[in-house]
Design a protein around this ligand. Structure first.
Ligand code: ACO
Length: 216
């Protein structure tokens, strides 16, 4: 892909009017490969997962990468504060026995271990929940560009910190390359039910969630 073609891509904040097609994009280019989603049955996301992602749009922290009218990438992000781990626990309890409940239960553990608010002495952060790039555009730094733009947007809105739970080795790579701090690493094999059965089993090479943070 030449720089000229990449130059055709413009980033902007997603609005409520974008909800339907942003979700269509995420179904095609995010959920089909995102390790938490494909790491437990059924492979498709729960409706609660989709609703949660869409609930972030009003915060003005979801960005689209557009080539003309076509969505080529998206990052879904929203605010969090010190109550986040507790809220995730409550969401997991509310959805107990479902795929979304299992995923959120894991994210609650990750949130506690990362402990970003004490670690950085901040009281809020903008958190990237989902990052997806069109399969035809992978490996050309569009994902990195979306995270860089999210950092700028977060700063503009007054957030002191950007955080990401990178469930994929590829999002981890781009976060490292952007100079984000790696603050926690949690293996999928460490998340088990009371009988010792692993609850989320993504395919190789994805074996852990790495949490990254960037002071804004
Ligand atoms: N095989 C090997 N390396 C790859 C591949 C691949 N299939 N895809 C990307 N990479 C590498 C890139 O070369 C780059 O590494 P480098 O910095 O060492 O060169 C890195 O992984 C990705 O960097 P970008 O090019 O900036 O990212 P890209 O535009 O390819 O988007 C993304 C990365 C968003 C993770 C994309 O692979 C994707 O949409 N995956 C499916 C959904 C997903 O798993 N999203 C991340 C979940 S975590 C989260 O959402 C916060």
């Amino acid at each position: 892909m030449s720089a000229a073609v990449m130059d055709d891509i413009e980033l902007r904040v997603a609005t409520a009017e974008d909800s339907k097609r942003m979700m269509e994009f995420l179904h095609e280019h995010y959920y089909q490969e995102e390790p938490l989603t494909i790491g437990c049955e059924p492979k498709q996301p729960d409706a609660a997962d989709e609703s949660f992602l869409l609930s972030n749009i009003p915060h003005g922290t979801c960005l689209l990468a557009l080539q003309g009218d076509r969505i080529m990438g998206a990052v879904v992000a929203g605010p969090k504060d010190k109550e986040e781990a507790q809220l995730l626990d409550e969401e997991a309890a509310q959805h107990a026995g479902t795929k979304w409940g299992r995923i959120v239960g894991f994210l609650a553990l990750v949130e506690r271990e990362a402990n970003v608010f004490e670690r950085y002495g901040v009281d809020k952060a903008v958190h990237a929940h989902a990052l997806g790039v069109d399969t035809t555009m992978r490996g050309r730094a569009l994902g990195a560009r979306l995270i860089t733009a999210l950092a700028a947007r977060g700063k503009e809105l007054g957030y002191p910190l950007l955080t990401l739970d990178c469930t994929s080795v590829y999002s981890s790579r781009l976060s490292r390359r952007l100079g984000c701090d790696l603050i926690n690493s949690k293996l999928y094999s460490d998340y088990k039910d009371v009988s010792g059965v692993q609850l989320i089993c993504p395919p190789a090479p994805h074996d852990r969630v790495e949490t990254y943070a960037l002071l804004l």
